[in-house]
Design a protein around this ligand. Structure first.
Ligand code: NDP
Length: 453
């Protein structure tokens, strides 16, 4: 059967057996279509039915999480862990706590994670998990009770050689601490079963900074190919969480100026550059909305979500040289992409997972703008998680500089792998194709080697 026909059939099958899982379908469509050049060249993947096999998670665990709130009332949430693929190593991928979490979101994130992890060159399989629990507005005590209840089920399915979760949206150092404490209590083992741990108890230096720093290293590598660099570039960044903050911090190190950030309530445009100490105080320490940043800096412009353009987001309507979407999925629409191009943007570098909608992505790929897909550009986080696992296994702790140097090298290698693969398949600079084929090939070859398991 011709490869395009096979891809069509598999996508129809996915649609049929995962109804309502729109984000998973969106990610599947993007990946499978971009694999066509490889599938046409090498028939083994169709012969071994790798497409069907790779699209279905090895295991999806869905569980009830009952916890007691501060008023003494029992609350219920849904917990998920999708162990997608272990062909090249133990499952690895973050946990997301956000009211929007459902099986389709966890599956899209887990599916992307397979290829991202393969691209790092490290031996880690793909997984993702989380819950529709919303940590916002909850007391520390409530967050702790929820994390303990969540881990009371999850601990049966994870382990340092089996599945090693980490953080994501809504799961930071505090949540990892409570989850780790409960794992230790239930099993009696002090093990590197989670990454993103505190520095005093097995964490890695530079893990917190890794995704944002890595995203900037990736962008610099990409621009350098075209004899450009980040120096003196004006950059728009969305989000104001872990990835966004450390993207901005690293941009300053490269002589660029981050001029925006956003959260779920609004967008800040600060023409002279985001002031990092204020931003960290507002978001990391006081957990306030960005309106508080505008109060500290009256010269900055704050646009609430209610004033966003229809079908668009204020942050992408600010003129910039490079855009760093670093908040959440589908936050950059077709209209946003068109405005970015019109305003002279030369590179869109995804820090978040699938922040670009499907129609925006196909527009961008035909435009004059360069595009770094998240599964390559944001892989610094998971790569540094793997460095944390290595340190745990050898009971060592490397310095910040040592980890940062390794991270920089890993990002350079990820870029080179994706770029060289794009050249191999005659689409130089198309990193969507390059990253998907490079990640898929490594996992698919391993699946074939391991037989029909
Ligand atoms: P955080 O929870 O630290 O921050 C998320 C940020 O995005 C917050 O500013 C949040 O605003 C904003 N946000 C969330 N949902 C929306 C929405 N619907 N509309 C607008 N803004 C929104 O998460 P991270 O920074 O860790 O993650 C950001 C992205 O990067 C995610 O896609 C994640 O999967 C991806 N990623 C993260 C990695 C990591 O190491 N942390 C690794 C690889 C990818 P508010 O404060 O109002 O909630």
């Amino acid at each position: 059967m011709p490869a395009n026909q096979k891809v069509k059939e598999v996508l129809e099958y996915i649609k049929e057996c995962s109804p309502g899982q729109d984000e998973f379908y969106q990610a599947s469509e993007e990946v499978l279509h971009s694999l066509l050049p490889l599938l046409k060249e090498d028939n083994r993947y169709l012969e071994h039915n790798v497409l069907e096999r790779i699209m279905v998670p090895e295991r999806s665990i869905i569980f009830r999480v009952n916890w007691v709130d501060d008023a003494g009332k029992v609350q219920t949430n849904v917990g998920y862990r999708v162990q997608f693929n272990s062909a090249i190593g133990p499952y690895k991928g973050g946990l997301r706590f956000h009211p929007s979490v459902n099986l389709g979101i966890v599956k899209f994130l887990g599916f992307e994670q397979i290829f991202k992890n393969a691209l790092t060159g490290l031996q880690i399989g793909g997984a993702k998990g989380g819950s529709n629990f919303d940590p916002k507005g909850k007391s520390d005590n409530e967050v702790m009770h929820f994390c303990q209840a969540f881990m009371s089920e999850l601990y049966k399915h994870i382990g340092e050689q089996r599945d090693v979760p980490a953080g994501d949206i809504g799961v930071g150092a505090r949540e990892i601490g409570y989850l780790f404490g409960q794992y230790k209590k239930l099993t009696g083992n002090f093990q590197g079963v989670l990454t993103g741990k505190g520095l005093n108890w097995g964490g890695s230096n530079a893990r917190k900074e890794a995704t944002g720093y890595g995203s900037v290293y990736f962008a610099e590598n990409f621009l350098n190919v075209y004899e450009k660099s980040l120096k003196d570039k004006r950059c728009t960044v969305s989000g104001s969480g872990n990835v966004a903050i450390y993207t901005m911090e690293k941009l300053y190190n490269f002589g660029a100026t981050p001029i925006s950030c956003s959260d779920s309530k609004g967008t800040i445009y600060h023409e002279s550059g985001i002031e990092m100490a204020s931003l960290k105080a507002v978001k990391e320490i006081n957990h306030e909305s960005l309106e508080a940043y505008a109060t500290l800096h009256p010269e900055a412009v704050y646009t609430p979500v209610s004033h966003y353009p229809e079908d668009g987001h204020a942050v992408w309507h600010i003129a910039c040289d490079v855009a760093f979407p670093s908040a959440t999925q589908n936050e950059l629409t077709l209209l946003d992409a068109q405005v970015l191009e019109k305003n002279g943007c030369i590179l869109i570098n995804e820090g978040a997972n699938m922040p670009t909608t499907a129609d925006a992505l196909s527009y961008i790929r035909k435009s004059s703008m360069l595009f770094s897909p998240g599964k390559a550009a944001n892989a610094g986080g998971v790569a540094t998680s793997q460095l944390e696992m290595s340190q745990n296994a050898s009971m060592a702790q490397w310095s910040f500089e040592e980890v940062d140097i390794k991270l920089r090298t890993i990002m350079q290698n990820i870029f080179k792998t994706a770029y060289d693969t794009s050249v191999e398949f005659d689409c130089e600079g198309d990193l969507v194709t390059g990253a998907n084929i490079a990640g898929f090939r490594k996992v698919a070859d391993s699946m074939i080697d391991q037989g029909s398991v």
